[in-house]
Design a protein around this ligand. Structure first.
Ligand code: PMP
Length: 280
């Protein structure tokens, strides 16, 4: 069952209401997280909560809850939802300030948590993505997980309007990330992903896939690459919490490798399926 928590109240998601003067609404002045739940257990909770704390600190929103309080709240949200497999969405905005002003008010942050049923992909249902490349014209703090995703939406929807599934963004000749995912390439069984910087989100799934691939014995390097190197790769993947790991089979109308799911993707994807369901 879908459920929402808003500033202390548990509600049906469509019954949760915020003020029009909430800075999340007025300015996109808010940060967020998306966490996966498998078999009733939150996977990678600690890194997600650490990234949330970092996002809040970067935008100078006072943390509304301690790590232990977040953990207890998310546990209660999952219990109340009675869902085994779900996605948790957290949003913290700077709260209400009135009248509208760029200057921060002193209102308490708005805290929203939702739990939505979700089934992760399988080898059979994983999408085979055909994407385009696009100029990355977002702001230069893409490492902060802010809700202001207008540029990501513009770039993705332009790609869809042109008949693609998504876009991989490029800035200064270097691949940054997907519109809501991180990018990997594979050449001769060596895996590469762009290094962490302020130009891309430090994806939790990215870290998980790096660790999973290394455990399988693959060499993974975090180094920059451009369009040519990506087009010449044997495999290209996108990683994100809901997507997990998805093969990109075509870019700008050109096939990647044989234009189908690759063997390294299959191996890493399958190992991740085991990893996410192991009870620690
Ligand atoms: N980059 C962007 C721009 C994203 O929006 C996301 C997913 N929210 C990711 C990367 C992947 O992050 P994660 O693996 O933590 O879901």
């Amino acid at each position: 069952m879908e459920i929402a928590y808003l500033n202390g109240d548990w509600l049906a998601p469509d019954a949760a209401k915020i003020s029009i003067f909430d800075r999340g609404f007025m300015f996109g002045d808010a940060v967020y997280e998306v966490l996966p739940v498998y078999q009733g257990r939150i996977f990678t909770e600690v890194p997600h909560l650490e990234r949330l704390a970092r996002s809040l600190a970067e935008v100078r929103i006072a943390p509304p809850l301690t790590m232990a309080e977040w953990s207890a709240l998310l546990g209660e949200a999952v219990d109340r939802s009675q869902e085994a497999d779900a996605l948790i969405y957290i949003q913290v905005s700077r709260g209400v300030s009135m009248p509208r002003s760029h200057v921060y008010g002193d209102g308490a942050p708005t805290v929203l948590v939702t739990v939505t049923p979700f089934q992760g992909p399988t080898i059979e249902t994983a999408p085979q993505l055909r994407v385009k490349t696009a100029e990355d014209f977002r702001w230069l703090r893409a490492d902060i997980k802010v809700t202001s995703l207008i540029a990501n939406g513009m770039i993705k929807n332009q790609a869809i309007a042109e008949g693609y599934d998504d876009a991989i963004m490029i800035r200064d000749g270097k691949v940054t990330e997907g519109t809501s995912s991180n990018v990997f390439i594979v050449k001769d069984e060596v895996i590469k992903t762009p290094p962490k910087s302020e130009r891309l989100l430090h994806g939790i799934t990215r870290d998980e896939m790096i660790e999973t691939a290394r455990e399988l014995g693959y060499s993974v390097t975090e180094s920059a690459f451009g369009l040519e190197e990506m087009l010449a790769a044997d495999e290209v993947w996108l990683s994100a919490t809901g997507l997990e790991l998805a093969p990109v089979v075509g870019i700008n109308g050109e096939p990647i490798g044989r234009g189908e799911q690759g063997p390294v993707w299959r191996e890493v994807f399958e190992a991740y399926q085991t990893r996410k369901r192991v009870i620690e």
